[in-house]
Write a protein that binds this ligand. Structure first.
Ligand SMILES: Cc1ncc(COP(=O)(O)O)c(C=O)c1O
Length: 315
């Protein structure tokens, strides 16, 4: 099987030959932005929406891409096409566009940016078990803050605040996921994902103020409303999650995962709860495949078969 192909500054290169100069500002200063989408059956999902969010991140950092977002999108599509012969072997992919500001001491007057598009098989083995056992969330001491220059809405390459939070969480329970609070003590988001809970007949989720505005979150809100659920964006505290009927988290790769515990306390009666189950089915409809089944199959948990999924349209 050929190596995965990346796109680096306009060239398609085998992954092992992709190089970045060590004086790169993204590498040295975390001065860059990125966005990651996934494929379903080898087809990029909501690429345009990811490019729009990337455009906002670039605007916030005043980085000139030097090409249009549409052109970058076409490069992402071509990178996927060049890897399509690997689809059955790899399953589906994360596709990440990263833009590092060009070299130079003055961020307003840099050299051209360093741009890459990489394709990576999803972390099937990492995510697969949580569809049935649910995620155990732990609240670390680090806070998500919209008051700093690093507003969580900015998808910056520096993820150090989240890494610190995760180190603390994993010291307590290696299997746990970090759930950070905002400066006021409201629930914010999980490590690389957004949080929802079900209480008093409604699906509730933190307001977008101190979170990354997840594209999976927005899709899930749409699916929930289509299914007739009331969805409320509001300030929520740990109390609301401790006493919730059920909870779930969303992100690009795993789409939707049930939550089973908060700081060691069980959440809800069943994992997944009925609302999570219904939204999981709605997600499978959007994806054109059974997302959890694919995770298990490629994780090797459900047998050796790697037959391709029947292909239906991804929306
Ligand atoms: C901090 C954070 N929150 C939420 C998300 C979920 O966003 P999306 O659904 O667009 O993948 C991510 C994704 O990586 C993230 O890094």
């Amino acid at each position: 099987m050929d190596e995965i192909t990346y796109w680096v500054n306009g060239e398609f290169v085998p992954a092992s030959r992709a190089v970045m100069p060590l004086n790169n500002r993204g590498y040295r200063l975390g001065d860059g932005v990125f966005d990651t989408e996934r494929t379903f059956n080898g087809k990029l999902f909501k690429l345009d929406t990811h490019l729009e969010r990337l455009g906002r991140s670039l605007k916030m950092l005043r980085i000139d891409l030097g090409m249009s977002l549409e052109e970058l999108g076409r490069c992402a599509e071509e990178t996927v096409e060049r890897n399509l012969h690997r689809l059955e072997h790899d399953g589906d992919w994360w596709v990440t566009q990263t833009i590092h500001r060009g070299d130079g001491g003055n961020p307003l007057n840099p050299a051209p940016p360093f741009i890459s598009i990489i394709v990576e098989p999803l972390a099937f083995a990492r995510f697969a078990p949580y569809y049935t056992k649910g995620a155990h969330l732990v609240i670390p001491s680090g806070r998500s803050s919209a008051r700093t220059g690093m507003d969580p809405k900015l998808k910056a390459v520096s993820r150090l605040a989240m890494v610190l939070a995760d180190l603390e969480t994993k010291r307590m329970d290696e299997d746990a996921w970090s759930l950070v609070l905002d400066e006021e003590g409201n629930l914010a988001e999980v490590f690389y994902g957004n949080l929802f809970l079900v209480r008093e007949g409604a699906i509730r989720t933190p307001t977008p103020r101190a979170i990354l505005e997840g594209i999976t979150r927005a899709t899930t809100i749409g699916l929930a409303r289509e299914a007739g659920y009331e969805v409320i964006e509001q300030n929520l505290q740990p109390y609301d999650l401790y006493t919730a009927d059920e909870a779930f988290i969303t992100t690009t790769s795993y789409c939707i995962l049930p939550v089973s515990e908060l700081n060691g306390a069980p959440i809800g009666e069943a994992v997944p709860g009925p609302v999570t189950q219904r939204l999981t089915e709605a997600w499978n409809g959007v994806a054109g495949l059974d997302v959890a089944e694919q995770m298990r199959r490629y994780a090797g948990l459900a047998g050796p078969t790697r037959a391709a999924q029947p292909i239906t349209a991804a929306r």
